[in-house]
Design a protein around this ligand. Structure first.
Ligand code: REL
Ligand code: ZN
Length: 496
């Protein structure tokens, strides 16, 4: 028994993982690649935690108007100096810094020394960021991480340039422009070839985020199409998605569904959702294009005028997204159950009341689109049990990760045990959702620790029932739960 436990712990520790969903961008994306102590300390989980302690005169507006470093100082004082950092998010900072060899500075609460460690990398520009990123990947044991979005961000317009590809304006970043210039010369100005040459390194893979299509957010979709010189028919929307797929070659399409996402039973229109509040996710998708191009697309104005149930002519989920997924054999990854803008003044830190989701809607999607594969994770702990049941009913469904408010050791432990009991090894135990490269270190270290213990208990039980395990078999199983099952699911051919 001791042996099995120690073997499982060691195998989980040594297993390289696939990080199925992050918000990371590679160092080559300049300031869009977040790393370093100030980013770590101003993670939206910590901003939310800080505001529980903030003095009355520190409004979110006042806080966000400060520099990143100043915000980080304030959070450090409030959560690390004036009280003990025992929450999951604060402890994560400590785990990360200790793994980076900064344990002494942590113990002496020396933020200045911590900053100067990072400055050592920053002074080398891109190569410093790349060295840091490589180190974080190594320390966390991540084989590759999947990004959420296409590589532009509406809030940093000055970083972008526009080029034309197949008659479509694409917003690209400066380092790409350099590459494009070279390619243009080589290809005698045939700039339509350019986008196909854009590749991510094999440690950062892409995913195309398509939230407005599931939210029935017609206005955002139409504005994005218009801003990119597309028409606004469903065929145009499909072409738009195809073109983006050609450009970024995503692993999958993905969306975080609105909190009241609902797929109607057969015969009805497919999707009915409300639309109020900030569509934060839309800002990181192809549909943010209108904003990027400086055209007012009102994605953040409360969007009250968006119809509450989309009509047949505008069923973007069925007629656009599902069709493109089928045509390209691309899975759709869903994150289900987040309620956005619960406290809009906190911006990103104000997202995320946990909605108990309608799992039957996912079942309907799996049934109605048997050729499409679905990856799903739920925000509510209360949905996890049903999610396991569903995964055992549909060959085109794969359950992954303990997302956001479920990404706490006590809940990861519970969810992992339940998944093993119900699904064996056919699930992906975790994803990090990291936004800051350094976070890979703690998110994976904390998750490995709790998942390893949960798995060890299951192996011990099984051995008591008379099974003997070889180390190789345990290694095989562990790999499945940390990425192998995902890859098997992605490559399996579904006969529908
Ligand atoms: O991808 C998503 O929709 C969510 O994971 C994010 O919106 C969320 O802010 C994330 O950082 C939580 O961990
Ligand atoms: Zn996310």
């Amino acid at each position: 028994v001791d042996d099995i436990t120690s073997v499982v712990l060691a195998e989980v520790q040594g297993q390289q993982v696939i990080d199925l969903h992050t918000h990371l961008l590679p160092p080559s994306h300049g300031s869009l690649c977040l790393w370093g102590i100030d980013e770590l300390l101003t993670y939206h989980y910590l901003v939310a935690e800080y505001f529980m302690t903030a003095p009355g005169d520190m409004t979110p507006d006042a806080f966000y108007s400060l520099s990143k470093a100043k915000q980080a100082d304030i959070i450090w004082d409030a959560l690390f100096v004036n009280r003990s950092p025992i929450s999951e998010a604060t402890r994560g900072v400590l785990t990360t810094l200790s793994a980076l060899g900064l344990g002494d500075h942590v113990k002496s609460r020396n933020l200045v020394a911590i900053r100067s460690f990072y400055d050592g990398y920053r002074k080398d520009g891109l190569s410093g960021a790349e060295r840091f990123s490589e180190m974080a990947y190594k320390l966390s044991g991540v084989r590759y991480a999947i990004m959420t979005n296409i590589p532009f961000d509406s809030v940093r317009l000055e970083l972008f340039h526009v080029c034309h590809c197949n008659g479509v304006s694409l917003t690209l970043q400066p380092h790409w422009i350099e590459r494009i210039t070279a390619l243009e010369t080589k290809k005698e100005g045939k700039s339509h070839m350019i986008c196909l040459d854009i590749e991510y390194s094999n440690t950062f893979k892409s995913a195309l985020r398509v939230d407005p299509l599931l939210a029935g957010d017609r206005k955002t979709i139409e504005n994005a199409l218009k801003a990119s010189a597309y028409g606004t028919s469903l065929a145009d929307a499909r072409k738009y998605l195809h073109d983006w797929c050609d450009t970024i070659n995503p692993e999958y399409m993905m969306a975080s569904t609105p909190h009241d996402f609902y797929v109607q039973p057969d015969g009805g229109r497919l999707v009915g959702v409300k639309k109020t509040g900030v569509n934060e996710a839309a800002l990181h998708t192809p549909f943010a294009f209108a904003e990027v191009s400086g055209i007012d697309c009102n994605t953040c104005d409360g969007a009250d005028d968006i119809p509450s149930v989309i009509n047949e002519d505008s069923d973007f989920l069925v007629d656009v997204l599902m069709q493109v997924c089928e045509e390209r054999n691309l899975p759709l990854a869903l994150k289900i159950g987040a309620h956005r803008a619960v406290n809009p003044s906190l911006l990103q830190a104000g997202d995320g009341m946990v909605a108990f989701a309608d799992t039957a809607s996912l079942a309907r999607l799996c049934t109605r689109f048997p050729k499409v594969k679905f990856l799903a994770t739920f925000l509510s702990r209360a949905n996890q049990h049903e999610a396991c049941v569903l995964a055992s009913k549909f060959g085109n469904l794969h359950i992954y990760g303990c997302w956001w408010y479920c990404n706490n050791p006590s809940i990861i432990d519970e969810i992992t045990r339940m998944r093993v009991e119900m699904l064996g090894t056919t699930f992906t135990a975790q994803h990090s959702d990291s936004r800051v490269i350094d976070q890979l270190v703690y998110k994976w270290s904390h998750s490995r620790a709790v998942i390893a213990n949960a798995l060890a208990r299951e192996y011990v039980k099984t051995s008591r029932s008379g099974w003997n395990f070889s180390r190789q078999e345990i290694r095989r199983d562990v790999w499945r739960m940390f990425g192998g099952s995902y890859e098997e699911f992605m490559s399996k051919v579904i006969e529908a």
